[in-house]
Design a protein around this ligand. Structure first.
Ligand SMILES: [Zn+2]
Ligand SMILES: [Zn+2]
Ligand SMILES: [Zn+2]
Length: 454
């Protein structure tokens, strides 16, 4: 049976609870752990096989983000996986930090370079002490350089790595979501108390009452709704029976939104609220509500403000822009999201996460190019090449767009490669021009997120 078909049959067996088939399929999946960890994880997440998920999760780390995004289709799973991946990335990052004080030691740099390369190519490498020990035994670099710190540094280094690996949590521990049950209880208790009334929107003559999710009433004159909003005006029947119109938003959001619906009261000197002072979460919650209920004035104002904040809140703005079809804003803000960690991006970009991962992977492709240029045996003998790679790695991890700023490099050590052929370090400026050109050719986010048919 072809794998695609196998996993489709497996899903069907679960869906229709065909017990005999289900246990056979689980047996088969255990046999397929090596070749299809992503497909298995997808199945386990959909049908709650936690133990098997824990077993295959590590193997999923060695696939490209593009492949991961394509296979992990169960709703919410990609975000969980990115959380797991981000936690795992903490190990190489931790090692980076340990190496930092030793950047003048070529052996250390060589070790670190090989370590990071292997870890990126196959995360399991870093988690298998046997392979690492073998690597430590390599003396290639010491043959070329006297290294003052071989014994001082490598042993504690290796121990630190081992400690990190041992402490790495299982899939289910990292991806578990708690506190779901308490949120439900909160809503229940709120509904039992009497509703409060908004201090701003309590006009006695108002003919329409909205109720917020936290049980606050907003009394509004219906005549203003049609003029200021396309989404809040209720059908005439609702108008007549004078019951509360339930809205999903909390009162903090509605209090601001209704100030764009209702003419501002005299006490506010007829001014609409100053949205510049809104705290981040509230800002985006009101912007979302403005789009949902099509409150024209607020939509315009929030859009203008977001264009001023593309450096400050790129991830939230990208989500908002994509959700509501502001393609140009998405394109402006998307590059700014690259410097954020996966753990920040994943939970915020729920619906466009797949597209963001594809976009991010295009940037990582630049890194892979640089890697394949430097990953030659000569570089292992050249402190100049190793240092350059380390700097590129460091800056790229921080923010891939560093390639567009003028490059200021510290003094690099001299090339030590002798014999036939040029060392990769001789071509760094050429390599860097290629990197910049490739960076400029990365398609706009909107062309990935909303491909045009025409
Ligand atoms: Zn050394
Ligand atoms: Zn050292
Ligand atoms: Zn060189």
């Amino acid at each position: 049976m072809k794998p695609d078909l196998f996993f489709a049959v497996a899903a069907a067996a679960e869906k229709y609870a065909v017990f005999g088939a289900m246990s056979l399929i689980m047996l088969q999946m255990h046999q397929m752990k090596k070749g299809y960890p992503l497909e298995i994880l997808n199945h386990c997440d959909a049908y709650d096989y936690i133990d098997l998920a824990n077993e295959v999760a590590l193997s999923t780390l060695s696939y490209s983000l593009e492949k991961v995004a394509a296979v992990l289709t169960h709703p919410g799973l990609l975000a969980k996986w990115l959380k797991y991946y981000h936690r795992w990335l903490a190990i190489p990052k931790y090692i980076d930090k340990l190496v930092e004080p030793h950047t003048s030691c070529p052996r250390m740099m060589s070790w670190h370079y090989r370590f990071s390369k292997h870890v990126r190519d196959n995360p399991l490498y870093g988690l298998n002490p046997a392979v690492l020990t073998k690597d430590f035994a390599c003396t290639r670099t010491t043959r070329y350089y006297s290294c003052p710190c071989v014994h001082e540094c490598e042993v504690p280094f290796q121990t630190a790595l081992k400690t990190q690996q041992d402490a790495f949590p299982r899939w289910s521990e990292i991806t578990r979501t708690s506190s779901d049950s308490t949120a439900v209880e909160d809503v229940d208790t709120q509904l039992e108390t009497d509703p409060g009334v908004s201090s701003l929107f309590n006009h006695a003559s108002a003919d329409l009452t909205f109720r917020s999710s936290d049980n606050i009433l907003f009394k509004i004159h219906a005549k203003y709704l049609g003029a200021t909003s396309a989404g809040l005006a209720p059908p005439p029947s609702t108008l007549m029976d004078r019951t509360h119109i339930e809205l999903e938003e909390p009162s903090t959001v509605l209090e601001i939104l209704f100030q764009f619906v209702h003419p501002p009261p005299e006490s506010k000197r007829y001014l609409q609220p100053d949205i510049r002072s809104l705290e981040q979460d509230l800002f985006f919650a009101v912007a979302e509500a403005a789009e949902k209920y099509i409150v024209y004035g607020a939509m315009n104002l929030f859009m203008t403000r977001m264009r001023q904040l593309t450096q400050d809140y790129p991830v939230d703005i990208l989500r908002h822009a994509c959700k509501h079809g502001y393609r140009d804003l998405a394109d402006i803000v998307a590059p700014n999201t690259l410097s954020y960690t996966l753990s920040v991006v994943a939970p915020k970009l729920t619906t466009i996460l797949y597209h963001w991962v594809i976009y991010y992977d295009l940037w990582l492709d630049i890194y892979r190019d640089v890697d394949s240029h430097i990953w030659q045996s000569k570089s292992m003998e050249c402190p100049r090449a190793l240092m350059w790679q380390a700097l590129f790695h460091h800056k790229f991890t921080e923010n891939p767009r560093f390639i567009f700023s003028p490059l200021s490099l510290p003094e690099l050590p001299a090339c030590k490669v002798q014999g036939s052929g040029p060392c990769p370090c001789a071509e760094f400026s050429k390599l860097f021009s290629k990197v910049v050109a490739k960076g400029r050719s990365i398609p706009k986010f909107s062309s990935i997120a909303f491909p045009r048919s025409a």
